[in-house]
Design a protein around this ligand. Structure first.
Ligand SMILES: Nc1ncnc2c1ncn2[C@@H]1O[C@H](COP(=O)(O)OP(=O)(O)OP(=O)(O)O)[C@@H](O)[C@H]1O
Ligand SMILES: [Mg+2]
Length: 338
């Protein structure tokens, strides 16, 4: 954790760069520091990495009182902090790989571990294919990423970047901020990013501390951290589930029905098993009948037959019918004449 307790910094020439500044930054936070030129941003960073000593108050970083460190101990303390300077400060005669490795060699790290870590961070900043290039062979944005790789190689608890997007075009600016977000999440590094870039702050909102004339004027959480959002979501879901359980209707006890004798009697009658209707195909010969077997619950004889007339019988029936109709017509005509 970073804590500034009533910190003031008055330079020897009498400039009050910071006055009575208090702030806390928790582990894993991502904070922007904004403010006009000359407001005290770089001074704040210099107090953090032990380059300058406060003239009032105290700067505490992970329980270390930075202003009280002996000069001979400052370099040990700085191993925990990575700083990306605006002017990159890369070694021009060394390759990208060597520039990053150099930051680890001074830590007396074994060679094989250095190589692995350098490869990993160059991958993280998307420069694996530029390992053997010299800084002058790289674009501004690429050089800046080498500076970031170098700063994070030693796995600092805190990464401070002074204007990391100062020389980048808008699309590179976006890439840079995404890279810093990735470092914040994947390497669990606390980030302090000094910037003038309002667009970046708007598109990637985070806690923003604004400084003017050595004073903190605002300290706003532009948005909630990933962890805060996740926890809030969890709570929200929990509440929703609680509400749903409450809202679920309980099985209401139905009042005992008063049954009439009729209803009771009906209920005691066993439901009839439905038998299918059986329809036998009529056999068309002289004696043909249609047999329809009726289910037993239809209170009739189980089988009834209907005789189908044979062809000759049908002709006779038809002649009879026509004769009857003709007779009827005759009768009608006779009646008319009368
Ligand atoms: N070493 C120094 N000696 C005297 N005065 C200094 C020194 N460093 C900075 N200052 C003054 O302290 C004030 C704050 O400077 P600082 O570098 O912290 O500003 P800044 O917010 O980083 O500005 P910029 O956005 O231009 O980088 C300025 O008035 C500056 O002139
Ligand atoms: Mg500055």
């Amino acid at each position: 954790m970073i804590e500034f307790k009533n910190v003031s910094k008055k330079y020897k020439n009498g400039t009050h760069a910071l006055e009575n500044v208090s702030l806390k930054v928790e582990d894993g936070e991502f904070v922007y520091i904004m403010g006009p030129t000359g407001s005290g941003k770089s001074t704040l960073i210099k107090l953090l990495d032990g380059e300058e000593v406060p003239t009032g108050g105290s700067v505490i970083v992970n329980n270390v009182n930075v202003g009280r460190l002996r000069k001979s101990k400052v370099y040990l303390y700085r191993r925990k902090i990575g700083v990306v300077f605006q002017d990159y400060r890369l070694l021009p005669e060394k390759t990208v790989f060597e520039n990053v490795a150099y930051a680890l060699e001074v830590l007396d790290m074994p060679n094989d571990k250095i190589k692995k870590r350098v490869r990993d961070v160059l991958k993280l900043v998307d420069l694996a294919d530029k390992s053997n290039a010299k800084p002058r062979e790289l674009s501004g944005g690429q050089q800046q990423r080498v500076a970031i790789a170098r700063a994070i190689a030693k796995r600092p608890a805190i990464l401070i970047a002074d204007e990391p997007t100062g020389n980048l075009d808008p699309s590179m600016t976006d890439e840079m901020i995404k890279l810093l977000e990735k470092i914040n999440i994947e390497e669990k590094t606390t980030l302090l990013v000094v910037t003038h870039n309002d667009v970046m702050v708007e598109y990637h909102p985070k806690r923003t501390i604004r400084i003017e004339s050595g004073h903190i004027v605002t300290d706003e959480r532009g948005f909630k951290s990933f962890y805060e959002m996740r926890n809030e979501k969890k709570e929200e879901v929990k509440e929703e589930i609680k509400e749903e359980v409450k809202a679920e209707p309980k099985e209401e006890a139905k009042p005992e029905e008063v049954k009439t004798e009729e209803v009771k009697a009906e209920e005691t009658v066993k439901p009839v098993e439905k038998e299918p209707l059986i329809y036998t195909e009529p056999i068309l010969d002289d004696t043909s009948t249609i047999q329809i077997k009726l289910p037993s619950y239809m209170n009739t004889a189980p089988v009834f037959e209907e005789k189908i007339p044979t062809e000759s019988e049908a002709q006779d029936m038809a002649i009879d019918e026509i004769t009857q109709q003709l007779d009827a017509i005759k009768e009608l005509r006779e009646g008319d004449r009368e």
